[in-house]
Each structure stands twice: as structure tokens, then as C-alpha cells.
Design a binder for this molecule. Structure first.
Ligand code: ATP
Ligand code: MG
Length: 261
């Protein structure tokens, strides 16, 4: 059984319908990736899981349980954690305070979990007393994921973790995603860097205009001609030809990433 399933989700914001019947499954132990052009509804599909959308049809199932009309806080309590595309850390708080914020609904002793998070992200252990906003873009993304993982989620949803990062940090983040997954957490990730994301995906979906367009294993989609034309560009560059949002600006220096501000 899938850990998470979107079953024919139709809905959007106010009167505007953005998703026109989107379906996808995240199997236990899998890294599942969504790619698609800007505005396709990738982030919106994630928000649907958290009751942040007006749905006119479809269901969200968690371990087979219908959570479609559940309040956001309840969805989190049920073990679904979310790292949003932007504003995903508290820059003026220290690394450790960010992790504490991630644990705020826990009533038990969260320190053992914090130690596990530091084991997973050694650079964060070193910088635990530093304001998170002073870290590099890649490390801030680690803080955002560490914060989400404090709740020992059943599943982690991550929206474009490598946006604005230099290639070096991107690779680091994809490795971190695989480490988190190897530690037993199923992952649903939206990514613009299609080539790298598909290469680590057990299952992958292409969304276009609020609809499912293609679905396969990651390597299967990597070999798909339409995917190559849409996202990989001539010569297989990792930047989405249809989107063009990455590959500029961020540089590699500390504090230069575009995330989390
Ligand atoms: N809060 C909102 N209120 C109204 N419309 C929104 C809202 N958020 C997104 N939209 C619209 O919904 C559509 C899908 O947006 P969404 O953010 O889901 O796309 P995306 O696939 O995540 O794109 P990107 O690659 O740019 O992140 C867009 O037309 C966008 O303008
Ligand atoms: Mg988005």
C-alpha cells in the first residue's frame, strides 16, 4: 500500500481551479519526484496534502486513511512533514533553535532525535550555535529538512530543495535526500533539476497544466524523449529548458543561496 496517495485531486485557490484531476502515489521506502514547468501545479499538489486547497473532487490518503478534509495541524500530527519552497527556516534563530521549533508539537524528550539529526547533517552540529541565516544555501536547506525531520515523519515532502544552489551544493542536497530516505523516510520531492532528481527517483511524475502528463521510474523518464525535450535540453544539461529558473545568480559562497530568507 502507498504511504501517500493523491487520488484524482481537483481544486485550487478560491474560484481558480489549478489541479484538474492529479493522481500520484508515494510507496513506502521510495523517493518519488514531481517535475514540470513553472506554474504546472507542483507546489499546489503538495499543499493539497495539507488541507491548504479548496478541493472540488478527489481524495488524499495516508496509509490508506482518508485525510482529505483534515486540518493542516492534524496532517502534521499524523506524520506528514513539509519543507516549503521558500521561507523554510527562521534565519535569526540559531541552528539548534530552528530544530527545537521543528519539535514544538512533541511532548516527549526530543534531544535523542536532535542527536540523530546532527548525525545525519554533521555540518549542522558544528554550527549549532550560529544563526541559521548566516549559513550557506546548502546548509540552510539542511536546517529546513532537519527541522521537518524532528517529528520523525511518516513521509517528508520537499519542494525544490536545490533551487538557487550551485552545482556543488545541489549534489550535496541530493545525497542528503538519499540519506534521509535510507534512514527509512519515504520522500515526495518537487525538483527543477530534472536530470539529477530523476536519477535518484524510484518513481517520478511529470505534471503539466495541472494534469498528469507522464509517469515512470526515474531512469525510465530520464530516457523519455518528451522529458528530454522539455527538461533536459540539448546535451542533457540539468536545467529545465522549459523553466529556466536555475543556473543563475546563486554562486557558491556562504550565504548566497536563494532559499530560506
Ligand atoms: N496562493 C495562491 N493563490 C492563487 N493562485 C496561486 C497561489 N499559489 C499558486 N497559484 C497559482 O497556481 C498555479 C500553480 O502554481 P504552483 O506554485 O503550484 O506551480 P509550480 O508547479 O509549483 O511552479 P514553480 O515551478 O514555479 O514552483 C500558478 O498559476 C500560480 O500562479
Ligand atoms: Mg513550486
Amino acid at each position: 500500500m502507498a504511504v501517500l496517495e493523491l487520488d484524482n485531486i481537483t481544486g485550487g485557490y478560491g474560484e481558480t481551479e489549478i489541479l484538474h484531476g492529479v493522481s500520484l502515489k508515494v510507496e513506502a521506502a521510495a523517493v518519488t519526484v514531481i517535475i514540470g514547468p513553472n506554474g504546472a501545479g507542483k507546489s499546489t499538489a503538495m499543499k493539497a496534502v495539507f488541507g491548504l486547497l479548496r478541493l472540488s473532487a478527489g481524495r488524499v490518503l495516508l496509509d490508506g486513511e482518508d485525510i482529505t478534509s483534515m486540518a493542516t495541524e492534524q496532517v502534521v500530527r499524523h506524520g506528514v512533514c513539509y519543507v516549503p519552497q521558500t521561507a523554510n527556516i527562521f534565519p535569526s534563530l540559531t541552528v539548534e533553535e530552528n530544530l527545537e521549533m521543528g519539535a514544538y508539537v512533541r511532548k516527549d524528550d526530543y534531544r535523542p532525535r536532535m542527536a540523530e539529526i546532527y548525525d545525519l547533517f554533521p555540518p549542522l552540529a558544528e554550527k549549532r550555535r550560529q544563526a541559521a541565516g548566516t549559513l550557506s544555501g546548502g546548509q540552510r536547506q539542511m536546517v529546513a529538512m532537519g527541522k521537518a525531520l524532528m517529528l520523525k515523519p511518516k513521509i517528508l515532502l520537499v519542494d525544490e530543495p536545490t533551487a538557487g544552489l550551485s552545482p556543488k551544493f545541489r549534489g550535496e542536497i541530493f545525497r542528503v535526500i538519499q540519506d534521509i530516505n535510507s534512514a527509512g523516510v519515504p520522500i515526495l520531492m518537487v525538483e527543477q533539476n530534472a536530470k539529477q532528481a530523476l536519477s535518484i527517483a524510484d518513481r517520478a511524475y511529470v505534471l503539466v497544466d495541472g494534469r498528469n502528463r507522464l509517469e515512470d521510474t526515474g531512469p525510465g523518464l530520464l530516457a523519455n524523449r518528451e522529458v528530454a525535450e522539455m527538461f533536459l535540453g540539448a546535451g542533457g544539461a540539468s536545467v529545465g529548458a522549459a523553466s529556466g529558473v536555475n543556473g543563475s545568480g546563486a554562486g557558491s559562497g556562504a550565504g548566497s543561496g536563494a532559499n530560506g530568507a
